[in-house]
Ligand binder design. Structure first.
Ligand SMILES: C[S@@+](CC[C@H](N)C(=O)[O-])C[C@H]1O[C@@H](n2cnc3c(N)ncnc32)[C@H](O)[C@@H]1O
Length: 250
């Protein structure tokens, strides 16, 4: 059994401490691995996630990038909404954040803040965000944790605030699904083992993605908190997303 596989067998793979350790170990190689092994799809999906976000109700907005990791969505976000005042990146992994600082902090430092926080036990202030964005951070949560995340997003959004989130998903019903799963569960671990000489941490991403299924359940949870939600599939369901807004006060 590989290092990560045996660690996973002995642990709850949805325990925030376990997830943090996976991403701390992955952080140095995350950007390259994510771009190359998805054939550029992750970048395209981040852009589509930002494009799906409804227009901001204020030009000089403040908001959160949840599970921000290495801050890969910031260029897309700040390009579409160039008047955004501040993005507060929230992540449990200081390793991912350190990488983000090296790569992006220099020229965006005045608009990026960071909070190291476990979002499943977060006391981010209520009605503090004009927007919430999140890319590829949903899969390491189980359904009960998604319910907590939905409640958090509904609480932190200001009335009229908007959100968009996206995640790699299981394209059930697509005739090329077996090939896609082969890529996730066989090719990616092999690439990591041979080229990156890694501890097989990225192989966990295949397991997380297929367990996740799609963002449909999260859409229902967000609606149950009174948010207006649109659910979307990207590239035959290989990614799914939710976008919408908290209704403004009448
Ligand atoms: C796959 S990375 C996504 C990073 C980035 N948003 C992107 O587009 O590539 C998932 C991130 O979620 C973070 N994360 C996982 N569980 C978390 C939690 N409970 N609270 C805060 N961040 C968490 C991880 O540390 C990791 O940086």
């Amino acid at each position: 059994m590989t290092g990560a596989a045996s660690r996973a067998a002995m642990s709850d793979i949805y325990d925030p401490k376990f997830v943090k350790a996976v991403f701390d170990r992955c952080s140095d190689r995350y950007i390259t691995f994510s771009l190359i092994c998805s054939f550029g799809f992750t970048e395209r999906w981040r852009r589509q996630c930002v494009a799906a976000m409804p227009a901001l109700s204020t030009e000089t907005a403040n908001g959160y990038d949840l599970m921000a990791g290495t801050g890969e969505v910031w260029p897309h976000l700040l390009k579409r909404f160039d008047r955004i005042k501040a993005v507060t990146a929230v992540d449990i992994s200081s390793g991912m954040h350190r990488r983000a600082m090296e790569r992006l902090h220099a020229h965006r430092a005045h608009r990026i803040e960071f909070i190291e926080d476990d979002l499943l036990a977060s006391d981010l202030p209520s009605e503090s965000a004009d927007f919430v964005v999140s890319t590829f951070g949903l899969k390491t949560f189980n359904p009960e944790q998604h319910a907590r995340l939905a409640a958090l997003i509904a609480r932190v959004l200001k009335p009229g605030g908007v959100f968009s989130m996206i995640e790699a998903s299981d394209p059930k019903g697509w005739w090329l699904r077996p090939l896609y799963l082969f890529h996730l569960k066989v090719v990616l671990p092999l690439v990591e083992r041979t080229l990156l000489r890694g501890a097989q941490d990225f192989s966990m991403i295949g397991t997380y993605s297929t367990n996740f299924g799609s963002a449909a359940a999260l859409a229902a949870m967000l609606r149950s908190h009174g948010l207006e939600v649109e659910y979307s599939k990207y590239f035959f369901g290989c990614a799914t997303g939710v976008a919408g807004r908290r209704p403004a006060r009448g």
